[in-house]
Design a protein around this ligand. Structure first.
Ligand code: ZN
Length: 131
C-alpha cells in the first residue's frame, strides 16, 4: 500500500521530524514484518535519518551543508535555487526502514526527517509499506 501526507515548511532550510506520521501509516497498514519506503517527490528537499534528541545536530548538518553549498555562488540554473537542488542530491530523497513486530526499526537516537532546502513550501511525503 502507498500513502501520502503533506506538510508545510516554515523556513528556507529546516529539518522537520516525520517519524510519528510514518509510524502511524505503518500501524494502519497492519504489516508486522516488512520494509517501509519513505520518499519525497521533490527536487529541492530530502529525507534523512539522524539524531532526534539534540536539535543542535540538525542545525549543525544544515550549517555545514550551507558551508559546502553556499546560497550564493557561480550557479547556472536560472531559478536561483541551485543550492537547494544540490543539497537534495547530497542528502537523497528516500529512506528504507525495516519493520519488525509492526514497528519501525530505528536506533534509540534516530528520528526520521523531511529536509527542506528551498522553503517555505507545501510538501508531500510518499510512504510505501511492503510486506
Ligand atoms: Zn530550481
Amino acid at each position: 500500500m502507498v500513502k501520502k501526507f503533506t506538510l508545510s515548511t516554515n523556513s528556507k532550510t529546516e529539518f522537520i521530524e516525520i517519524t510519528p506520521q510514518v509510524e502511524r501509516i505503518v500501524k494502519e497498514s497492519g504489516v508486522k514484518e516488512g520494509i517501509c519506503w519513505v520518499f519525497a517527490p521533490h527536487t529541492t528537499a530530502g529525507i534523512t535519518i539522524n539524531e532526534g534528541a539534540d536539535p543542535s545536530v540538525r542545525q549543525d548538518i544544515l550549517n555545514q551543508l550551507t558551508r559546502i553549498v553556499p546560497f550564493r555562488g557561480n550557479y547556472l540554473h536560472l531559478e536561483g535555487n541551485s543550492p537547494a537542488h544540490i543539497k537534495s542530491s547530497i542528502i537523497g530523497v528516500s529512506e528504507a526502514i525495516i519493520i519488525e513486530r509492526g514497528k519501525l526499526v530505528l536506533g534509540t537516537w534516530q528520528s526520521l526527517y523531511f529536509c527542506e532546502f528551498d522553503g517555505p513550501r507545501h510538501r508531500q511525503v510518499i510512504v510505501k509499506v511492503q510486506q
